[in-house]
Design a protein around this ligand. Sequence first.
Ligand SMILES: [Fe+2]
Length: 202
Amino acid sequence: MLKHLYKFDYRIDKDQLRKEHKLMQESNDTSLHNVNTDLLEKVNAGRETGEDIFPTYHDLKDKEQWDNMDTLKIRAFNEYQYQDDCPEMKRLTNDFAKILDSKDITPFFVLQEQNSDFPMHIDMGFQCAINLIIDGGDTPIMFREDDGSIHKYNYDNALLNICNVFHGVPKQQDMKRMLLKFRIKDVSYNNACKRMMEYFSE
Ligand SMILES: [Fe+2]
């Protein structure tokens, strides 16, 4: 399990996070971006590797779905601007920065529509991520090993090895899903995992 994710318990004020998301939603200073081929190619261009994202980071068979996807959105915002208005997001960002010894950790909200899935892929542009599920915790994450085996996990809070291992989310059944996600650029998954285990003293 540890090579895919590290689950942990942490006190999180979900109601406050819902309020903070609403505040952003109502302001003109944030924007929603569809996660689709277009966005992913922009991320890839930023890496300047010149690599094609298919099929290295996504399965070729899913290309059409990625091209047309409009069910997964991320809310982009200026994190400094929201430091005062989003105390819970700020607290969690600072706490995880300390636990992981990271100076490059960025929070953002992820919204996934009901009845939508999220095909297998590898994330680009950072090293690992923390997901906190605010709504829709019944949907698992599935990791796929090189031998094709699928490993399914349910979690509330987890550090995820999503920049090294193929993973996806099956159809979201019960409700619209909302996560607070932290991208970590300066700490590898393995080091982040070690630091979390030390912190939570396992
Ligand atoms: Fe991902």
